[in-house]
Design a protein around this ligand. Structure first.
Ligand code: B12
Length: 284
């Protein structure tokens, strides 16, 4: 499991939480949420399930991947493409011949999984009714869910963990209530789904209003997404993304040249001609 988590983290998916599918199924049944189908259990009494998500750590990895694409400006839905291909690839390698099923946050109908309820059922996050966000003890409101993977394998041999208690103070809740009302006022309430999760992305004032709601949560403020990440998540504007990619490339180039000059400085201090000397030594 550690190798699997490390590989996902290398792809920017730095939050991996194991649970049993049955914990989620029992929770949504107890809440009477009939619109949510149970997760598959493969006929087992406990079934290994993984909730995958990311913090701000995703952004530089994603920009690195984007820079390596032959025509980044011509990619359709680059973030979803990157996430889907990395998750599918790592999960397929990890599972080998074991059957599995990946649920994505954008699926609907019988395939709809409430990612927030999964996070609550496994005790990873507190679901806050004022912000309608899952709050993580470390990342606060700055966490997104990317997939739920169910494997045909026995799960954890223990009861579900305790649900996390409230992580917000009364002051934060009051601020969130106001911010939610302001965000709803700034939005087109009839078309909330297409405006907030649609292909087009949010207008500037709408985006700022929803970001202000997240800012009401004090926990995890240091984990806030960078301005570029936040703006891109909300607006999906290609210009924002390409600019961030160019800045990332420039930072990477500076870091690489600093590293190279430091390495050659150290080598000359030791009287070594960096690559030639060491390859000669390997030959002898
Ligand atoms: C539909 C949806 C919405 C709808 C909810 C409206 C509604 N009442 O149906 C709208 C369009 C308003 C919305 C908005 C946003 N969402 Co949304 N949304 C979803 C989605 C795709 C499905 C939720 C669902 O229908 N669950 C099924 C029901 C039966 O289960 P439930 O647990 O009872 O779900 C309810 C709550 O999720 C609640 N809810 C969730 N968000 C919001 C926002 C508002 C304003 C309200 C009133 C209710 C509400 O409404 C759901 C239906 O009653 C999930 C992804 C997923 N598959 O879980 C993301 C998800 C919940 N959204 C997310 C985010 C980040 C946002 C936005 C910030 C937009 C964005 N692009 O970043 C905004 C603002 C939310 C905020 N609180 O700040 C994240 C939350 C991450 C977290 N840490 O909690 C999720 C998990 C997506 C993800 N990939 O991570 N969302």
């Amino acid at each position: 499991m550690e190798d699997f988590a490390a590989e996902l983290a290398a792809n920017g998916i730095d939050v991996v939480q194991q649970l049993n599918a049955q914990w989620y199924n029992e929770y949504v049944a107890a809440e009477g949420l009939q619109q949510l189908s149970p997760l598959p259990t493969y006929g087992r009494t406990t079934t290994t399930t993984l909730l995958l998500g990311n913090s701000r750590a995703l952004w530089p990895v994603f920009l690195g991947w984007l820079s390596s694409q032959p025509e980044p400006e011509n990619l359709k839905d680059p973030l979803d493409t990157f996430l889907k291909s990395s998750i599918v690839d790592v999960v397929a390698r990890f599972c080998g011949t074991t059957a599995y099923d990946i649920h994505w946050p954008w699926e609907s109908g019988e395939r709809l999984v409430s990612m927030q309820r999964v996070a609550t059922a496994c005790g990873m996050c507190y679901h806050d009714g004022e912000t309608q966000l899952s709050i993580h003890p470390r990342f606060g409101a700055w966490l997104a869910f990317r997939a739920v993977v169910v494997l045909d394998a026995p799960g954890l041999d223990c009861p579900p963990p305790e649900r996390l208690g409230c992580l917000l103070s009364e002051r934060e809740k009051a601020a969130a209530r106001e911010a939610m009302a302001a965000a709803l006022r700034a939005s087109d309430e009839v078309n909330l789904c297409s405006q907030l999760h649609g292909v087009k992305g949010m207008e500037r004032d709408v985006r700022l209003a929803w970001a202000a709601l997240r800012d009401c949560v004090e926990l995890g403020r240091d984990e806030r997404y960078s301005d570029a990440q936040l703006t891109y998540h909300y607006t999906k504007e290609q210009a924002v993304l390409l600019q961030a990619m160019r800045e990332h490339r420039a930072r990477y180039a500076v870091a690489t040249s600093l590293f190279a000059s430091k390495a050659s400085e150290l080598a000359s201090e030791r009287g070594e001609g960096l690559l030639f000397k060491s390859s000669k030594r390997a030959d002898t």
